[in-house]
Every structure is written in structure tokens, then in C-alpha cells.
Design a protein around this ligand. Structure first.
Ligand SMILES: Cc1cc2nc3c(=O)[nH]c(=O)nc-3n(C[C@H](O)[C@H](O)[C@H](O)COP(=O)(O)OP(=O)(O)OC[C@H]3O[C@@H](n4cnc5c(N)ncnc54)[C@H](O)[C@@H]3O)c2cc1C
Length: 322
């Protein structure tokens, strides 16, 4: 029996990778359901490996390699790419973003309008990251929970983990040295009259934001990264910045209804790179920062390699002889 603490994206991905190799897995979850989750539930759901490369370490871009295919096993993934735009006065920002990232195409106004008609006439240029995707993180967590349970994993909700577990995926609740919270705030809006079909990042020197479509006219807007452990509700300033950027992206969004505001504390190490850490007999999967959905599959794979080294060694030597 392998015991795991936490059923956020790290714990569920770990449970899946272990159970699919035949392990008997038991997950303890302090909350009462996936929606009672302190961080994963509030994510944007961007699988935006190349855009994240603008600021993230190269390890993140590497770890994110198989994420889109991994999530497709259980849940709907929209493979429509990411658009990056910025107001004409901030064009140097777009050029800077392009220099710092890979795998993008520079679009002119007509190409942009063909791709995303709602943005016709609004921007002269945009960057298109065709290989990126997004998912609905809430649906993805529910679908992954079901997939894990189908493999025979028991998830004990409303049950704090015992003092000793084999795998610790408690996010910010972990007592790992060096872990810090980076607060992220989000606003959810419903705008049935504006149709945007892919993730859009709006560059701004002070407050870049992103908008992720959730379907049926619902959009998640997020971006803030604040070094604090405060769990108080979203501030007025963040709300104004997020909604102001949405309005700047498309004036039609001014008529949107605000249907939710939330915050989450992202668990991060000093270098913002996630990792497996050993304390005694416990392996910690933590530090997923703003890349939980992107990197959880790869980290869970590393964890499985630790528990099933023979299988991974056999695969490795098969690949070498092939
Ligand atoms: C606003 C926002 C937007 C984001 N957007 C994206 C995005 O677009 N793409 C992306 O890849 N990532 C994104 N992220 C990051 C992602 O959400 C995190 O990296 C990820 O959720 C961290 O997952 P986790 O499983 O480590 O932690 P958590 O989700 O916090 O899970 C930890 C779990 O452990 C449980 N737990 C705690 N203590 C105990 C205990 N004692 N016993 C048992 N269980 C316990 C908790 O209840 C929780 O369910 C975003 C985050 C935020 C806040």
C-alpha cells in the first residue's frame, strides 16, 4: 500500500501514475471534495509551455513536454493555441516576449481576425503559439479523480493524513523547508455576447493578464503573483486591474457579469522549480508554483520511476536497443 497526502493536482497525478502500474494506493484528503481545494481548483488551466518559457526556468518547459497528451487521456483539452496581444503603445513588450520565447508565429491584423474574429480591428499584431492548449481545471480534477478511482484508488475525503505517509502532496499545507506561498487571484465572468475561443494573454509592463475560455460564454481572468500568505478575498486593486485589462481586450466584455472572484496560494520554492524531495521515508511532490497542470504529469512520472525502478530501467534499455 502506498499512502499519499493531498488530492490536489499533484496528489491525483501521483496516484494515477502509481496505480496504473499496479500499486495499491490510498489518498488522504483533508477537504470534503475536489471543489474544496485551496489551489488547484482556482487555476486557469493553461497548458502553455512555450509562453511560460518567457519567465520560467528551462526545466519547466522540458517537464511540460507531455502534459497535453497526458490530460487528453481523461478530460477535454482545447488545442487551439495561445494568442499574445498588447496595446499599440506597448508594442516593444510584444517584441520582448517574442525574443524570450519559442514556437510562435507573428500574425498581422487580418490573420488575427481570421483566427479570432472577435478581435478584428483591435490589434495590428499578435503572437500565436499554435502548440499550446487549455483545459477546464475543475472538470479536469473531477475527471482525473474518477480515473484514479476507476483504478481502484481509495480517496478518503474529510480525513487529514496521518503523521507519516509515503508521498506528501499537501501543497502549501506541507511543512517543507523553503516552500513559500505566491498568491494568485482570479475573476470569473460570464459574457455570452463575446466569443473568444482560445487563451489570450495581454501584455502590459505592469500588469499582464490572461483570459481563458471555459465555454458557454464563461471566461477566467487571472495573473496576479503576490508574495504573501494572506488568504483574504481579492483586493479592489487586483479586481480593477484584471477587469480593466479584460475591458481593454474587448469593450464588449464591459457588459459581462462577474460570477466569481477567488484566490489561491501557489506553493513555490525559491527558484520556482518544482521537485521531488525526500524527508525520511516520505517523498514530497511540491513547489508546482504556477505550473501545476503543466508539470504534475512529469513529476508523477518521476515519482513512479522511484517506486518502480525496474520498469523504467527496462523501458530505458529497450529504447536504447531499438
Ligand atoms: C489563480 C491561479 C491560476 C493558476 N493557473 C494555472 C494554469 O493556468 N496552469 C497551471 O498549470 N497551473 C496554474 N496554477 C497553479 C496550480 O494551480 C498549482 O500549481 C497547483 O494547484 C498546485 O497543486 P498541488 O496539488 O501541489 O497543491 P493543492 O492544489 O493546494 O493541493 C494540496 C491538497 O492537499 C490537501 N491537504 C492539505 N493538508 C492536508 C492534510 N493534512 N491531510 C490531507 N490532505 C491535505 C489540500 O486540501 C489540497 O487538496 C494557477 C494557480 C492559481 C492560484
Amino acid at each position: 500500500m502506498i499512502t499519499i497526502a493531498g488530492a490536489g493536482v499533484a496528489g491525483l497525478a501521483s496516484a494515477y501514475e502509481l496505480a496504473s502500474r499496479g500499486a495499491n494506493v490510498l489518498v488522504y484528503e483533508r477537504a470534503s471534495s475536489p471543489s474544496d481545494n485551496p489551489c488547484s481548483w482556482f487555476a486557469g488551466g493553461m497548458l502553455a509551455r512555450w509562453c511560460e518559457g518567457e519567465t520560467a526556468a528551462s526545466e519547466i518547459v522540458h517537464l511540460a513536454g507531455g502534459a497535453i497528451d497526458w490530460w487528453r487521456q481523461f478530460t477535454k483539452v482545447e488545442t487551439r493555441g495561445t494568442l499574445v496581444v498588447c496595446p499599440p503603445r506597448d508594442q516593444p513588450e510584444l517584441r520582448r516576449f517574442a525574443r524570450r520565447t519559442k514556437r510562435h508565429t507573428l500574425l498581422g491584423a487580418q490573420q488575427l481576425a481570421a483566427l479570432e474574429p472577435a478581435l478584428e480591428g483591435r490589434y495590428n499584431q499578435a503572437l500565436f503559439f499554435e502548440d499550446e492548449a487549455h483545459l477546464d481545471p475543475r472538470q479536469a480534477l473531477v475527471d482525473l479523480t474518477r480515473a484514479v478511482q476507476r483504478l481502484g484508488v481509495e480517496i478518503r475525503y474529510d480525513t487529514p493524513a496521518p503523521d507519516s505517509v509515503d508521498v506528501d502532496c499537501r501543497g502549501m499545507a506541507s511543512d517543507l523547508i523553503g516552500l513559500r506561498p505566491v498568491r494568485g487571484e482570479m475573476v470569473m465572468i460570464e459574457a455570452p455576447d463575446v466569443t473568444l475561443t482560445r487563451t489570450i494573454r495581454m501584455l502590459h509592463p505592469r500588469s499582464p493578464v490572461y483570459l481563458v475560455p471555459r465555454g458557454d460564454g464563461v471566461y477566467m481572468i487571472g495573473a496576479t503573483m503576490i508574495e504573501t500568505s494572506s488568504t483574504r478575498p481579492i483586493t479592489l486593486r487586483s479586481t480593477m486591474e484584471l477587469l480593466g485589462s479584460a475591458f481593454a481586450l474587448h469593450p464588449g466584455l464591459a457588459e459581462a457579469s462577474v460570477i466569481e472572484t477567488s484566490i489561491g496560494l501557489r506553493p513555490a520554492f525559491a527558484d520556482n522549480v518544482p521537485r521531488l524531495t525526500q524527508t525520511g521515508t516520505t517523498t514530497h511532490v511540491n513547489g508546482l508554483f504556477r505550473h501545476g497542470f503543466l508539470v504534475a504529469p512529469a513529476l508523477a512520472g518521476q515519482l513512479a520511476a522511484q517506486f518502480f525502478p525496474e520498469e523504467f530501467n527496462a523501458n530505458h534499455s529497450e529504447q536504447r536497443t531499438a
